[in-house]
Design a protein around this ligand. Sequence first.
Ligand SMILES: O=c1ccn([C@@H]2O[C@H](COP(=O)(O)OP(=O)(O)O[C@H]3O[C@H](CO)[C@H](O)[C@H](O)[C@H]3O)[C@@H](O)[C@H]2O)c(=O)[nH]1
Length: 349
Amino acid sequence: MFDGKTIFVTGGTGSFGNSFTRMVLTDHSPERVVVFSRDEKKQHDMRLALNDERVSFVIGDIRDRPQVAYAMRGANYVFHAAALKQVPSCEFFPFEAVQTNIIGAHNVLESAEEVGVEKLVVLSTDKAVYPVNAMGQTKALMEKLMLARAQSHQTTSTTFCGVRYGNVMCSRGSVIPLFIDQIKAGKPLTVTDPKMTRLLLPLTEAVKLVTFAMEHGQQGDVLVQKATASTVEVLAQALLNLFGADNEVNIVGVRAGEKTHEVLLTPEEMIRSEEYDNYYRVPCRAGRNYEDYFSRGDLKATFIKDGYTSENATRLTVEDTEALLLSLPEVQAELKDWPTARKLKRIAA
Ligand SMILES: O=c1ccn([C@@H]2O[C@H](COP(=O)(O)OP(=O)(O)O[C@H]3O[C@H](CO)[C@H](O)[C@H](O)[C@H]3O)[C@@H](O)[C@H]2O)c(=O)[nH]1
């Protein structure tokens, strides 16, 4: 579906944008990929690394509505990945999160409609479900903006949909690179709560989910990929095993703004969802029906108690987690010259 098309990616220099752009250029023949982001250094580095004339780099901030609309002219498909996504910075500067994650998203959605984009996918997170921090709360409102626009589809020719996913493994500043640094420095591993769970997704799987949403998502859909979960204890043990290390483990306790388990779908969303092999599709409520909010209910919703969470998703054992970690190029690179690396030899063999 991307052949001959112009694709516009907000936050295009981030981990998702980078990986997605590479995939599109390798597996498809787009007319143009527009990478829209704020940081000229990251754009410079990405331009040199890709060295591909089909990619255009546009400096801009999604808070700047005229610049977004200007840059988006001619785009067929939009992927909205730009966001403030660090929990602490959003807690300390919540209005910055409002401006980027809510007002910025509004600018992107409105511009897409205005310039006649065919389809737009917004990227959300499990932290937007029952959100406890400003990052999740602003992402939840971003989802609502997408849904409200989709519900007014009598007046729009653009299809709006979204995805939610859990923790992207090895993303910048996340726990896997942190534990690896601690192992390599011979320091204790700082485990928050050993029983805390997270849904772990390799970046390649996140790219697949977003691509699937662009291909199959219907007006107002939220698409969620089935994922496996691990406790922090299991993750730490798997990394220690892979590195053949015996660092101490310090339990430091739950950090501010975090939950013990994450929720990808609420029970109420589960009851309305359609299940596929690898995905759940949550369709949006058609139109603006006040009855759905005042007088018309869904009896089935009374019978379902559980959503889809990192607590009840398929749980990885230490061995499963080792295998998943070993599939990641970032982990392979870290293990390559590590003297006591245990399992890499098995891979090489
Ligand atoms: O030193 C640490 C750091 C983290 N963890 C645990 O490891 C899991 C994953 O932690 P990450 O920091 O990798 O991921 P989070 O789920 O906390 O959220 C991360 O991903 C988010 C995007 O979804 C935001 O970017 C956020 O700022 C970022 O911390 C959590 O259970 C956390 O408690 C530890 O045990 N020890």
